[in-house]
Design a protein around this ligand. Structure first.
Ligand code: 13P
Length: 335
């Protein structure tokens, strides 16, 4: 696999005005969302939900790539086509989440380290053989009184960089996802400080491990006030704080930044991305795109409710949110 192939895939994922769809929830996370709507927490229901997503009409007009979970990359539609081939037919590049989850970090109560490096080389080879062309790994940084610790930031950055190097060796574009959580009562300024420090450490580790910046994507949080912070800044302040943090930390060689939604409403996630592109987009070295799960899926899941009679209306809701975020990439989203 040549460096040029990695660069081509990374650029294709953020080309034009499309973005990524994250559909890589673990079974536990998927079940939590199903339980709230009374949907059975079974493998069949998970498969039905993922089939609804990958077969949504015209999804490929706004979505460049989809991030799958280990179970999902092995699944097929009712008519027997593999999800990977259905995505390929829609012009959507298949990707795979390869971390094995955030586990408690020894000696650091309230903090986690993301696991999954053991055996990763072999798993990446298997996924590449199944058609995956990119991968994702999420490290979690938790703000709080006295948190995050430098130890937490460093272990997660180190793991992200080792994962990214292994991905590129296997010919997969790594999506590097350090997420500063929005849960808590911290201010926007504190989120900016933590995100800036985290991204500095992440890019230092990527350099140490020899990761090709042109052949990767960054998936960060936006710079937001904690959801319980009494002061909630407006869309434009969030957009400016996020862009300023990224300009300080993300090398111009990185082709694209695809945000996670992190628990923001679907509308806010679109409006904030829109404001960033409208206010600064043409002056930035990287594309500002999206890689949302909840902010694209949740309205569709609410419409589906596990009922086959609702599939078409749920697919319309899904494609609507994807198109809203596509408009936000151009600074043309109208809430
Ligand atoms: P959210 O957009 O729901 O935060 O999910 C994105 C993701 O992939 C989390 O790892």
């Amino acid at each position: 696999m040549t460096a040029q192939a990695l660069i081509d895939t990374a650029q294709a994922l953020v080309a034009g005005d499309k973005g990524l769809l994250a559909m890589d929830e673990s079974n536990a996370t998927c079940h939590k969302r199903f339980a709230k709507l009374g949907i059975p927490q079974t493998e069949d229901a998970r498969r039905d939900w993922r089939e609804l997503i990958v077969t949504a009409p015209n999804l490929g007009a706004s979505i460049s790539g989809a991030i799958l979970f280990d179970e999902t990359i092995r699944q097929r539609t009712n008519s027997g086509a593999s999800f990977v081939s259905v995505l390929g037919g829609a012009g959507i590049i298949p990707g795979i989440k390869v971390d094995t989850g955030a586990k408690p970090l020894a000696g650091h109560p309230g903090e986690t380290v993301t696991e999954g490096l053991d055996g990763l080389r072999e798993r990446l080879a298997e996924y590449a053989g199944m058609g995956a062309r990119f991968a994702k790994w999420r490290g979690v940084i938790t703000p709080g009184p006295g948190l995050p610790s430098r130890a937490c930031i460093e272990v997660n950055a180190h793991a992200l960089a080792r994962y990214a190097a292994l991905c590129q060796e296997a010919g997969l574009v790594p999506i590097v996802e350090p997420e500063v959580l929005m849960e808590g009562d911290h201010s926007l300024a504190r989120c900016a400080e933590i995100t800036e420090e985290t991204l500095h450490v992440v890019f230092a580790q990527l350099r140490l491990q020899g990761v090709l910046l042109e052949g990767m994507l960054l998936k960060p949080n936006m710079v937001l006030p904690g959801q319980d912070c009494p002061k909630q800044e407006g869309v434009e302040e969030v957009a400016d704080a996020t862009v300023s943090c990224l300009r300080r930390t993300v090398p111009a060689a990185v082709p694209g930044i695809a945000f996670l939604s992190g628990g923001q409403s679907a509308q806010l996630a679109s409006a904030r991305l829109n404001a960033m592109n409208a206010r600064a987009g043409s002056r930035l070295p990287w594309a500002l795109a999206f890689s949302y799960s909840r902010a694209v899926q949740q309205p569709a899941l609410d419409a589906w409710k596990g009922d086959a009679a609702n599939v078409a209306v749920a697919q319309q809701a899904l494609v609507h949110r994807a198109r809203c975020n596509q408009a936000a990439r151009r600074g043309a989203y109208d809430a």
